[in-house]
Design a protein around this ligand. Structure first.
Ligand code: HEC
Length: 240
């Protein structure tokens, strides 16, 4: 009897809690439903340095062209997943993406996405709406005024200006002397010159490495080769 009375007394509180819970579920659903793909396309600039939305075009991170509904860590042709992501049982939907984007390390500890997370729930909802639209083949066209949509400016090395094609590299002491197609030879302190490879279609042709980002004499720059084997054969150690 007493127990029942206490139960009866508690009822309004209980109903209130239920109502609050229902409300918060409803508002969570709403805030997700409100995600705007066009705004999400703008917000994707935070991701575009590492992800493309073109199928098969992988950058630091995998292409996100078909991420919606996909099991984590399974994009074909992306060879750089962490074990943590591959072994996770996560499937990407609105809920898991929301958790991931608010704090990647919390959803999948030990993953390799160097990204702190997005605290703003609306921005996350916009991004998720955008990724969903992309996966469904309905990506909103980038706004004309949006500018800088696709972040990393990968130079088209295949069609590089002959003046930036490298014809010879001589190594002497602590210096690389880089000769380009214009006949000019530029000295670089060895610590300021980086060697990279680009094996993609946009990469340089075999045996024709390209000098990128040499603003000023001796400033930092990079030489991009088509294959790592070229690096050691191309560079001649010689002092004259
Ligand atoms: C600094 C580079 C970087 C940035 C910025 C970045 N990511 Fe990532 N992302 C990665 C890498 C690397 C992975 C793979 C992580 C792993 O294997 O642990 C990844 C994985 C993912 C995955 C899982 C993909 C899969 O195939 O399972 C999603 C989804 C994702 N990122 C979304 C985003 C979104 C959305 C943004 C922008 C808000 C973003 N990322 C920003 C590098 C980045």
């Amino acid at each position: 009897m007493a127990a029942r009375r206490r139960g009866a007394l508690n009822a309004p509180w209980f109903i209130g809690t239920l109502a609050a819970a229902a409300l918060s579920v409803a508002s969570a659903a709403n805030s997700r439903a409100e995600g705007d793909p066009a705004r999400g396309a703008q917000a994707f600039r935070a991701c575009a340095a590492c992800h493309s939305i073109e199928p098969g075009r992988h950058l630091t991170g995998p292409s996100l062209a078909n991420v919606f509904g996909q099991k984590a860590g399974t994009v074909a042709g992306f060879p750089r997943y962490s074990k943590a992501l591959k072994d996770s049982a996560v499937v990407w939907d609105a809920q898991s993406l929301d958790t991931w984007l608010s704090n990647p390390a919390k959803l999948i500890p030990g993953n390799w996405m160097t990204f702190r997370g997005i605290p703003d729930a609306r921005v996350r909802a916009d991004l998720i709406a955008y990724l969903k639209a992309v996966s469904e083949g309905n990506a909103p066209a980038p706004r004309a005024s949006g500018g800088m949509m696709q972040a990393p400016r990968l130079p088209d090395l295949e069609a590089a200006d002959p003046r930036s094609v490298v014809t010879a590299i001589r190594y002497c002491g602590d210096t690389y002397h880089v000769t380009t197609g214009s006949g000019e030879t530029i000295p670089f302190w060895e610590f300021n010159l980086r060697f990279k490879t680009d094996s993609s279609e946009k990469g340089p042709p075999k045996g024709r490495p390209v000098l990128v980002g040499a603003g000023m004499m001796g400033d930092r720059a990079q030489v991009v080769f088509s294959h790592p084997v070229e690096i050691s054969t191309f560079i001649k150690t010689e002092c004259k």
